[in-house]
Design a protein around this ligand. Structure first.
Ligand SMILES: Nc1ncnc2c1ncn2[C@@H]1O[C@H](COP(=O)(O)OP(=O)(O)OP(=O)(O)O)[C@@H](O)[C@H]1O
Length: 213
C-alpha cells in the first residue's frame, strides 16, 4: 500500500431505503491518525453511512475502500482492523464486565490480556464494577463497557456512532482524551456525534449531512 493511500475512502456513496434516497454523492477520505466527525440533525443519515461501512446496510452505489481495497466486512483483515460501536451491545448476561473484555481480547489473539483488561477497566472507571454482570451496571456504565470493547482489541479504524451517548461530563472528557490518544497511535476514527465539545476536541475535519427532501 502506498503511503498516500487513505485508510478509508468513500466515493460517491448513495443509499436508499426502498425508493427513498437517504445518502447521495457522499465523498470523503480518512487517513491514519486522523478523525472525521459526521454531524447533522436527527435523520440526516449518519448512522446509515456508518452501517454502509461496517456492513449493516448495502450502498445503492459508490465505493468504500479500506486501505485501497473495497471493504468486505466478512474479510479477515476487516474483522481484525475495524473496531465498531454502533448500537448498544448485546452483552452476555452471565459474563462480568472484566470477562467481556478478557474474552474479546483473547478472541483477537491476545493470550494474556489480564494487565490490558485491568488498565482499561481503570481507565474507563469500571475497576470497582469489574466483577458485576451487565444487568447490574448503570446504563452509563454499560456504555463505558461497550466503548471499552472497541479498545481492548486490535484496531486500525474505529467506527463509532454517538460514542458520547449516556456518558456523564467526565465520561465525555475521558472519551475525548482517549480518542486523541488513539489518533496519536495511528488509529483512524470516523464518528457520528451530537456533542460539539467532542467534535471540537477530536475531529480533524467535519462532514455535515443534511436530510434529503
Ligand atoms: N431501516 C430503515 N428503514 C427505512 N428507513 C430508515 C431505516 N433506517 C433509517 N431510516 C431512515 O433514514 C434516515 C436516516 O437515518 P439515520 O439513522 O441514518 O440518521 P442519523 O443521522 O443517524 O440520525 P440520528 O441523529 O437520529 O441518529 C431517516 O429518515 C430514517 O428514518
Amino acid at each position: 500500500m502506498s503511503k498516500a493511500t487513505p485508510r478509508l475512502a468513500i466515493k460517491d456513496l448513495q443509499h436508499k431505503y426502498g425508493d427513498r434516497p437517504v445518502i447521495e454523492g457522499l465523498t470523503f477520505t480518512l487517513r491514519a491518525g486522523q478523525a472525521i466527525a459526521l454531524v447533522g440533525p436527527n435523520g440526516a443519515g449518519k448512522t446509515t453511512v456508518l452501517k454502509c461501512i461496517v456492513g449493516g446496510a448495502e450502498p445503492a452505489a459508490g465505493e468504500i475502500l479500506l486501505d485501497g481495497t473495497p471493504i468486505d466486512e466478512r474479510a479477515e483483515a476487516v474483522r481484525r482492523d475495524v473496531a465498531t460501536l454502533l448500537d448498544d451491545l448485546d452483552f452476555f448476561p452471565d459474563l462480568t464486565a472484566a470477562e467481556h473484555l478478557d474474552l474479546l481480547a483473547r478472541a483477537h489473539g491476545n493470550a494474556t490480556p489480564e494487565d490490558l483488561v485491568d488498565t482499561l477497566l481503570d481507565d474507563i472507571g469500571l475497576l470497582a464494577a469489574a466483577d458485576q454482570l451487565p444487568g447490574s451496571l448503570s446504563s452509563g456504565q454499560r456504555r463505558r463497557l461497550a466503548l471499552a470493547t472497541t479498545l481492548v482489541r486490535p484496531r486500525k479504524l474505529l467506527v463509532l456512532d454517538e460514542p458520547e451517548a449516556r456518558l456523564d461530563v467526565d465520561g465525555v472528557k475521558w472519551l475525548a482524551e482517549r480518542l486523541i490518544q488513539e489518533k496519536k497511535s495511528g488509529t483512524a476514527i470516523l464518528f457520528a456525534s451530537h456533542e460539539p465539545s467532542l467534535v471540537e476536541a477530536v475531529a480533524d475535519s467535519i462532514v455535515t449531512l443534511t436530510p434529503l427532501p
